[in-house]
Design a binder for this molecule. Structure first.
Ligand code: ATR
Length: 278
């Protein structure tokens, strides 16, 4: 009698208790009746390398990587996808049969897949995209917007130098604006995105005017607590279609699940409700 190993996957971060990924992958495993486990792993930075090197022998087929390990995981990988290289960090690792570590970053993919599912009529090439914020999420989103055909990205960050450092990697399509001029970046855009924590519970309010934002634009936030942020409320009041940040999280998990467990998962309303209930 042969015993097939049950595939293991999980998410590595520090801390990890707030991660919604175990609820996400656990839901899909149950929903599709697949053998497999997905576990949260709290790993301190100094332990990341030995943990990653030991995962294959412990029965893991891969894992997600979250804060603060995304850059370090990329550096430790044996192979790196082009999009992970461009984004400069890894959120999804696949372990080969030989134990080699393949690193990918699915954040930008998840962002675009969510917008396409939530707003099928959205046409990223129809006009410039306005992006508030210049952190890690912003970088992944800019990579994916350019790939999706956005003709221009207007990037605006409180700390201008951070936006400039980010824009440098992309060439002339990414234009940097002063924080004082934030309201101006929304003029005639096809897409407007907030990647800052403004308006999040416990953070300062979102006080940028959206008076120039056209009603035809699609507005997206990466924050999902609350689901409808102050930025999205303002955009909705302008007549825009809005997309909350939860879908990006759910969609970024799809490529990893497919690689580890062999089934392409779906992002459904039932999944949203399940994850929100956690
Ligand atoms: P992430 O990886 O999720 O993008 P991050 O790297 O911490 O997170 O970036 C947070 C973003 O929110 C940054 O663009 C930050 O601006 P700074 O680069 O100036 O720090 C922005 N942000 C956070 N608090 C803000 C505030 N009160 N006003 C304006 N921008 C803010």
């Amino acid at each position: 009698m042969s015993h097939k190993k049950i595939p293991l996957a999980g998410v590595i971060g520090h801390p990890i208790s707030h991660s919604l990924s175990p609820a996400l992958h656990g839901y899909w495993l149950r929903q599709y009746g697949l053998a497999g486990h997905y576990v949260p792993m709290d790993v301190a930075p100094e332990d990341l390398e030995p943990v990653l090197r030991g995962l294959h022998k412990a029965g893991f087929v891969g894992c997600n990587i979250t804060i603060p390990h995304k850059e370090a995981a990329l550096a430790l990988a044996d192979e790196v996808t082009e999009r992970a290289r461009l984004i400069g960090s890894a959120n999804t690792l696949v372990l080969g049969a030989d134990g080699r570590i393949h690193a990918d970053n699915t954040d930008g993919f998840g962002f675009i897949a969510n917008l396409k599912q939530s707003a099928p009529e959205w046409e990223p090439s129809a006009g410039p995209a306005a992006v508030l914020g210049a952190g890690g999420a912003s970088r992944a989103i800019i990579v994916s917007l350019l790939e999706a055909g956005a003709p221009e990205i207007r990037l605006c960050n409180r700390t201008r130098a951070r936006a400039e450092a980010l824009a440098e990697a992309f060439g002339p399509k990414v234009k940097v604006y002063d924080w004082a001029d934030a309201a101006s970046i929304f003029d005639r855009v096809a897409t407007a995105i907030n990647t800052t924590s403004l308006g999040m519970a416990g953070q300062p309010p979102f006080d940028i005017s959206l008076d120039l934002l056209p009603a035809t634009a699609l507005a997206a936030d990466i924050v999902y607590v609350p689901l409808v942020t102050a930025f999205l409320q303002k955009a909705q009041a302008r007549g825009c279609k809005i997309v909350d940040g939860l879908g990006m999280l759910l969609h970024q998990g799809c490529p990893g699940f497919e690689r580890w467990f062999g089934r392409t998962p779906e992002v459904t309303e039932a999944l949203r409700a399940e994850v929100l209930g956690k």
